[in-house]
Design a binder for this molecule. Structure first.
Ligand SMILES: [Zn+2]
Ligand SMILES: [Zn+2]
Length: 384
């Protein structure tokens, strides 16, 4: 019998680690896994070990000269300035020992997720280690070395020839994946993110629509800083529904960065846990409606690793595995174990409390601006 869903995990995912003070911290995957185990919704039947991606698979998207540079950086045989043109050894993406292998395993995790679904073992698969959407063809960028999302889509195109819808709800623009398929009419990308006016990577304007045969298959919703739940969900839900109907994908890949929450230290969006319940719920529904259930979800950003990411990511799994959202109190044994390591108070409930949600004076103005963007985007999904 087919399993409901597969959870890709290995302790070695935590080896994708720049240094102690770096905001990108994969401990959040372990925190999520243990939260689910403490909630009795993740068992060994669901856990799948990631395979290692081959270098040939990495090269489905990345340039060989870049892969060679990562390998050099990885084993330390690297003179600092050599890395500059490849974005290696920067403040965002510093060099660390074993970075090639650690990144290859992340990619392998996403390919394992793809194989689980496309070999018919399960309908849905989750690789929280992945979602490194800023990686470019020959450049590391924004904490991302190898772009597992782009490689996975190339792999699906090559081996299965399916039409792929990629939906990116990270607070930053999903630039690496967008550019990878900018001229490809068989891959449709939708990214909803904080406007690039003040936020990395600066791209993701609504006017970025694709080129050549790929024109009309790239969608962006650069929403205003300080956007809150209602407005985020209004534009997300309308856009993903309209685009899925317009493109009619065979499979959906979502990048589920969890950095749009008001607690996130790196962005200015002001969402609560509510969006992290609805985002996977709607994606799941559409996967069943259009793709015979085929849905792969990846991780991504998320820098409040104690208060936000575990709860947000656990809800993706809850939707995949039980088609429901967890509510009420978090398991006390989980809180007890991890509170010792966290310097902030861990949340007690799945939902945020009222006090957590800030009052935004410009709320109405922001909602109007986002609505205008949505109206413009929806025009692109109606045949003329
Ligand atoms: Zn992000
Ligand atoms: Zn399902």
């Amino acid at each position: 019998m087919k399993k409901k869903a597969s959870f890709i995990f290995a302790d070695e995912f935590l080896g994708y680690h720049f240094h102690e003070k770096h905001p990108f911290n994969q401990k959040r995957i372990l925190l999520t896994k243990e939260l689910l185990e403490a909630s009795n919704v993740l068992t060994s039947d669901n856990l799948i070990s990631p395979r290692m991606a081959t270098e040939e698979e990495i090269a489905l998207f990345h340039d060989q000269t870049y892969i060679d540079a990562v390998k050099k950086a990885s084993d330390g045989s690297f003179i600092e300035h050599e890395g500059q043109e490849f974005g290696l050894g920067t403040e965002d993406t510093p060099v660390f020992e074993g970075m090639h292998e650690a990144s290859k395993l992340i990619v392998g995790g996403s390919l394992t997720a793809v194989d689980e679904v496309l070999h018919g073992k399960t309908d849905h698969a989750l690789n929280l280690g992945g979602g490194l959407h800023h990686g470019l063809r020959r450049k590391a960028s924004g904490f991302c070395i190898y772009n597992d999302g782009a490689i996975s889509i190339k792999y699906i195109r090559k081996h299965y020839n399916l039409r792929v819808l990629y939906v990116d709800t990270d607070a930053h623009h999903g630039d690496g994946v967008q550019w990878a398929f900018y001229d490809d009419p068989n891959v449709c990308t939708l990214s909803i993110h904080e406007t690039g006016r003040y936020l990395f990577p600066g791209t993701g304007n609504i006017s970025e629509r694709g080129i050549k045969n790929g024109h009309g298959f790239s969608f962006n919703l650069p929403i205003d800083a300080f956007t809150q739940d209602e407005s985020f969900l209004e534009v997300y839900e309308s856009a993903i529904r309209a685009i899925t109907e317009y493109f009619k994908p065979d499979i959906i890949i979502t990048q589920n960065g969890a950095d749009a929450h008001t607690f996130d230290p790196l962005t200015h969006l002001c969402a609560s846990m509510k969006i992290y319940e609805q985002i996977p719920k709607i994606a799941h529904e559409l996967a069943h409606e259009y793709c015979g259930g085929k849905w792969i979800a990846l991780g991504g950003g998320g820098y409040d690793i104690w208060r936000v990411v575990p709860r947000a990511w656990a809800q993706i799994w809850n939707i995949m595995n039980t088609d429901s959202i967890a509510t009420g109190s978090l398991p006390t044994n989980w809180i007890k174990k991890w509170q010792k390591e966290s310097d902030t108070s861990l949340p007690l409930f799945w939902h945020d409390t009222e006090e957590a949600i800030p009052h935004i004076p410009r709320k109405t103005e922001i909602e109007e601006k986002n609505k205008k963007l949505l109206t413009q985007l929806l025009k692109y999904t109606t045949p003329v």
